[in-house]
Write a protein that binds this ligand. Structure first.
Ligand code: PGA
Length: 231
C-alpha cells in the first residue's frame, strides 16, 4: 500500500513532526510531495520525498523546470507527473507527460503518473476512451516499469469534496490495470472517513491525497487505514 500526500502549492505541515507521527505505522509506503522549496527539509526529516513534477531533460534552457538528476542530488526519490492541474492550467499533454515519466524513470526516480476524466467526459460516456488515451501514452513511453505507479484521479473529485464511490474507483482502476499492469492509487477528496472503503477495493493500491495531506492528523489517519487494510 502506498499513501502519497500532494501538498500542491501550500507550505504543508512540519516535516519533522509528520515523520515522527508516521514512524510507528508499519507495512506502508508513505510519501510526501511538497513544493520545491520544502523538498530538502522533507528529505532531512527522513520522509520519502517526491517532487510534484520533473522535466525530461537533465539540464537546459527550460525556465521554471527541474530535472531528475537535480532532484536525485537532493535525495528526492520520485516525482508526480501529469497531475490534472498541470494538464489543465499549464497545458501539459499526454505526450509531454509520457516523456516526463519515461526520462524520470530512466534517470532512477520513482514516478506517480496521473490520469483521470473530467465531469464532461464522464457525462458524455467517454471515461474509458479518455483513460485509454492517457494510459496508452504512458505505456508507450515507459512500459510496465517497476518504479512506475499510476494514480486515477477523476478531475471532478479533486478538491471538490466529491469522492468517487468505491465501485466507480474499482471499475476505473481495474480498467487502467487492464491497459498497464502497475499499482494504481486513487486520488480525489480522500479523507479519513472515506479512506477505508476506497482502499478496501482490490484494484485500489493506495491513495494520492491532496487537501487532507496538509493536516498531520488526517494524513496519519489515512496512512493507518491503508496499513490496516493490507495487513
Ligand atoms: P484532493 O486532491 O485530495 O484535495 O482532492 C488530490 C490531488 O490533487 O492529488
Amino acid at each position: 500500500m502506498i499513501v502519497a500526500g500532494n501538498w500542491k502549492m501550500f507550505l504543508g505541515p512540519d516535516p519533522a513532526v509528520l515523520a515522527r507521527q508516521l514512524e510507528d505505522i508499519a507495512g506502508l509506503d508513505a510519501i510526501v510531495c511538497p513544493s520545491f522549496t520544502r523538498l530538502s527539509a522533507c528529505v532531512e526529516a527522513g520522509l520519502t520525498t517526491y517532487a510534484q513534477n520533473v522535466h525530461w531533460e537533465p539540464e537546459g534552457a527550460y525556465t521554471g523546470e527541474v530535472s531528475a538528476p537535480m532532484l536525485l542530488a537532493l535525495g528526492v526519490r520520485g516525482a508526480i507527473v501529469g497531475h490534472s492541474e498541470r494538464r489543465q492550467y499549464f497545458g501539459e499533454t499526454d505526450l509531454g507527460v509520457a516523456r516526463r515519466a519515461q526520462f524520470a524513470l530512466e534517470a532512477g526516480l520513482h514516478v506517480i503518473a496521473c490520469v483521470g476524466e473530467s465531469q464532461e467526459e464522464r457525462d458524455a460516456g467517454d471515461t474509458e476512451t479518455v483513460l485509454r488515451v492517457q494510459v496508452d501514452a504512458i505505456r508507450d513511453g515507459c512500459g510496465p516499469h517497476d518504479r512506475l505507479v499510476l494514480a486515477y484521479e477523476p478531475v471532478w473529485a479533486i478538491g471538490t469534496g466529491l469522492t468517487a464511490t468505491p465501485e466507480l474507483a474499482q471499475d476505473a482502476q481495474a480498467f487502467i490495470k487492464s491497459l498497464l499492469d502497475r499499482p494504481v492509487l486513487y486520488g480525489g477528496s480522500v479523507k479519513p472517513d472515506n479512506a477505508d472503503e476506497l482502499l478496501a477495493q482490490p484494484a485500489v493500491d493506495g491513495a494520492l491525497v491532496g487537501g487532507a495531506s496538509l493536516d498531520i492528523d488526517s494524513f496519519t489517519a489515512i496512512c493507518r487505514s491503508a496499513a490496516r487494510i493490507r495487513s
